[in-house]
Design a protein around this ligand. Structure first.
Ligand SMILES: [Zn+2]
Length: 302
């Protein structure tokens, strides 16, 4: 795993070395917050505080994309969200129930329900993250929801760097349930290498697609894994040349004005646009990438 990531990075850097490049820039976005379910090691409040501390220590502004389920729409959940806003972060919308977009009317109602929940919270920002990154499987539904977002003054907060933090987090929690004293170091190492690898791939794809550095948006989750290792992740990203910027600076990049032509791709904006322009055989959807990642985790014994 370590050698695979290191080798890939060396290869990518060698390929890019002769190009005149701007800064490698990304913003951190956290989906499914504030997750209040019980996990090993840390309470929901401790996890929220640890993520905020890692961001604060590193002086990084981020955004949390909110659901009402999993404890979000409770006094404790609203207090956890308010702590993000008070610390200078942004609070966006991820639907109340983490719905998959199939029925437009139901999805619109769930989107508006989340909006009503977060409107009074400091940091409230009209950025929307589609659950499963799925924008709709038919033209009517996709364009209908694009219209709903525009009318509500929202923008689609696309992802350009997908990660598998949620899957690594799931494996880590399963291990800790079986053995509360399990060694966390292999998970940390795997996680950091995996994210650096995904970031490098997205950067290389952006350069192929646009000929320039794109201000990237990294998909992470409000989870135990990040409560434990977010500080390490930020240090590793910076050590690999990444500059971390706030969400609004990143989403001002013109790449985010481009609306994919395809339906329900469920993957990063860069992969979708690259596939549409014939630079990739097809966008690797989340399900397909998930099988690869799961196999890699099993191979690593995690
Ligand atoms: Zn989500």
């Amino acid at each position: 795993m370590v050698s695979r990531g290191a080798a890939l990075r060396a290869f990518v850097l060698a390929c890019l070395g002769t190009l005149a490049l701007g800064a490698q820039t990304l913003t951190l976005t956290f989906d499914d917050g504030p997750n209040r379910v019980q996990t090993p090691l840390l309470s929901p409040d401790a996890r929220n505080a640890a993520i905020l501390k890692a961001l604060g220590d590193a002086k990084v502004q981020a955004i949390v994309f909110t659901n009402g389920i999993d404890g979000g729409d409770t006094p404790e959940g609203r207090a956890a969200l308010a702590a993000w806003g008070r610390a200078g972060h942004l609070v966006g919308n991820h639907t109340y129930s983490h719905l998959r977009l199939t029925n437009l009317a139901a999805f619109k109602a769930d989107f508006l329900r989340c909006d009503a929940m977060i409107q009074g919270i400091p940091g409230y920002t009209r950025l929307f993250r589609f659950p499963y990154l799925k924008e709709g499987a038919t033209l009517d539904v996709r364009d209908g929801m694009r219209k709903v977002l525009a009318e509500a003054g929202y923008r689609n907060a696309h992802v350009t760097i997908p990660t598998f933090d949620w899957l690594i987090d799931e494996r880590l929690r399963t291990r800790l349930h079986g053995d509360p004293r399990a060694d966390l170091e292999p998970y940390r190492t795997y996680y950091l290498e995996d994210v650096l690898d995904q970031a490098d791939r997205a950067r290389a794809l952006a350069l192929r697609l646009t000929g320039r550095e794109v201000k990237q948006a990294m998909l992470l989750h409000h989870c135990l894994l990040n409560a434990l290792f977010l500080g390490d992740l930020i240090r590793a990203l910076r050590a690999n040349g990444w500059t971390l910027v706030g969400p609004l600076e990143a989403y001002a990049d013109p790449i985010y004005q481009q609306a994919p032509r395809g339906l329900d791709t469920g993957t990063s904006l860069l992969k979708t646009l690259a596939a549409e322009r014939g630079l990739l055989p097809g966008p690797e959807g989340l399900e397909e990438a998930y099988e690869h990642e799961k196999a890699a985790l099993l191979k690593a014994g995690l």
